[in-house]
Design a protein around this ligand. Structure first.
Ligand SMILES: [Zn+2]
Ligand SMILES: [Zn+2]
Length: 265
């Protein structure tokens, strides 16, 4: 017996060629040969078996192509990337501004310090030039010195307190210069600290205002999607399914709930 042929003894074993797809059809036997359709489905909407198979396959393909993964994964990832980018940018900007200020300050302080050091060396040099001749002549027996050398030593003896005062004063002045440079450095450091404090305060103020609070979803295209609880979502799916008489089984429901809950976390 060929199951592809009509078993009705009056239908000459014709091929079972048609399927009735009429929504109003009450005939139990939906597949049949040309004579079956003349007898039972005369005004009904029909498809050939080949057409029917083709269209069901197409429907399966089309429905299978509905994407769920995109809606779930990408916006969150985009958000991560964008926040990372903005944050990186912001930190980089602030950092480079502070580095620039620091480098300016450093080179200015370096050059101030260098000037002080130069002056120190200059005074030390002058002092050596002035004292060295006397270091040599005072080593000798005084009677062996000539008139000029002796006069110079006497003159030095008389002026020694004045010379000492002169260099002591110079040394004090240079010490003052050094501490002025240090004060300047401290002043700039304090200024930087207060700039940072102002920045942080501004930042905190901005963060606590409603600027960064999550708005209601009025600007989204489908607001209900964002406020939907897992249970609401299950109900929505259930409603859609029940209208097509394919209700979700308990295990399916459990699986779906855990999947949705996981996504929302
Ligand atoms: Zn037939
Ligand atoms: Zn029919």
């Amino acid at each position: 017996m060929d199951i592809a042929l009509c078993q009705n003894p009056n239908h000459d074993s014709q091929r079972l060629k048609y399927i009735c797809v009429d929504p109003n059809c009450n005939v139990a036997k939906r597949i049949g040969c040309a004579d079956c359709f003349l007898d039972d489905h005369i005004t009904h909407i029909r498809k050939t078996t080949a057409q029917f198979k083709e269209q069901v396959s197409q429907s399966i393909d089309t429905i299978s192509q509905v994407e769920f993964s995109k809606a779930n994964s990408s916006p969150q990832k985009d958000l991560d990337c964008q926040i990372d980018f903005e944050l990186e940018n912001c930190i980089e900007n602030i950092k480079s501004r502070f580095l620039a200020i620091k480098n300016d300050l450093k080179s200015q302080i370096d050059s101030d310090m260098l000037k002080v050091q130069d002056n120190c060396s200059q005074f030390k040099q002058n002092m050596n030039n002035e004292l060295n001749p006397f270091k040599l002549t005072i080593e000798n027996e005084l009677p062996s010195l000539n008139q000029y050398e002796l006069n110079q030593l006497v003159k030095f003896y008389q002026e020694a307190p004045k010379i000492h005062k002169h260099y002591s004063k110079a040394s004090e002045l240079l010490q003052d210069e050094k501490s002025k440079v240090k004060q300047k450095k401290q002043k700039h450091l304090n200024k930087m600290k207060s700039i940072i404090q102002v920045l942080l305060k501004e930042f905190n103020d901005l963060m606590t205002t409603k600027n960064v609070q999550i708005d209601d979803c009025s600007e989204y295209e489908t607001p209900q999607k964002y406020t939907m609880s897992p249970n609401k979502m299950i109900n929505l799916v259930e409603t859609a399914r029940s209208t097509r008489r394919f209700p979700m089984s308990q295990s399916q429901k459990k699986y779906f709930l855990s999947a949705v809950t996981k996504k929302l976390d």
